[in-house]
Design a protein around this ligand. Structure first.
Ligand SMILES: Cc1cc2nc3c(=O)[nH]c(=O)nc-3n(C[C@H](O)[C@H](O)[C@H](O)COP(=O)(O)O)c2cc1C
Length: 218
């Protein structure tokens, strides 16, 4: 079969013209800039502005990626919650190096973060788990995340069994295989789309406790 002579998608090109990112606007702490950008995404009512693509290194050395939700940000880095026995959990246990990417498409912005991932204390997982809607708590017990399962009914029966185990008035405990992670950034790159594909890219790199800023070619 001959390859098509042009991509078989309509022309989706747009011009990026709504913002800019100047060194003069870049605070010395990249987390401050990240907070400004996520607040901007919230103000513009972007759907799930805390969704981020988490890339890990597979057990076979191949990268894998998936979306997770940012649930906290502090000196320990970017927090998310998941199943420790999932594919990502197994990969992080073997190799804690990871990256995350935020795309706020209508704001013409991307943020890329690289660093090491650490588990959050189980106490924090329990506190957060207890704040989740009950059906999400049930799901965390019912799902053997990332494992092959026979069919949809198998999953729904497991969820029904978890619900039957706990009286409605009884709190559902946090599963031992479920918890939080924090990605401690070594590098954070802010990308702002600009006219003529001459985008702004500022990369912060951490050396010990100091951040340095470099401008990258788009
Ligand atoms: C918008 C969105 C948000 C998600 N948030 C999470 C999350 O916070 N934690 C999680 O474990 N999975 C989340 N998922 C599901 C993951 O993308 C993924 O399917 C799951 O974690 C299993 O990934 P793994 O097999 O690579 O471990 C989310 C998916 C989407 C599309």
């Amino acid at each position: 079969m001959n390859p098509p002579d042009k991509p078989n998608l309509p022309d989706l090109r747009i011009s990026y013209e709504i913002g800019s990112l100047d060194e003069a606007d870049a605070p010395s702490d990249p987390l401050e800039l990240f907070r400004r950008w996520i607040e901007d995404a919230l103000e513009h009512q972007l759907p799930e502005p805390n969704a981020m693509t988490l890339a890990t290194i597979g057990l076979d050395g191949m990268p894998t990626s998936r979306t997770v939700l940012l649930k906290g940000l502090d000196d320990r880095g970017f927090h998310f919650f998941s199943n420790y026995q999932s594919r990502k959990g197994q990969e992080l246990a073997q190799n804690p190096r990871a990256s995350i990417t935020f795309l706020w498409a209508t704001r013409q912005r991307q943020v890329n973060v690289r660093g090491m991932v650490w588990k959050l204390p189980q106490q924090e997982a329990e506190t957060y788990f207890s704040s989740r809607p009950r059906n999400h708590q049930v799901g965390a017990w019912a799902s053997t995340q990332s494992a092959e399962i026979p069919n949809r009914s198998w999953l729904e029966e497991r969820a029904a069994a978890v619900e039957a185990e706990y009286e409605p008035a009884t709190a559902i405990p946090c599963p031992p295989h479920w918890g939080g992670y924090a990605l401690l950034p070594d590098e954070i790159e802010f990308w702002q789309g600009r006219r003529s594909r001459l985008h702004d890219r500022l990369r912060y790199t951490r050396e010990l406790e100091r951040w340095t800023i470099q401008r990258l070619a788009p």
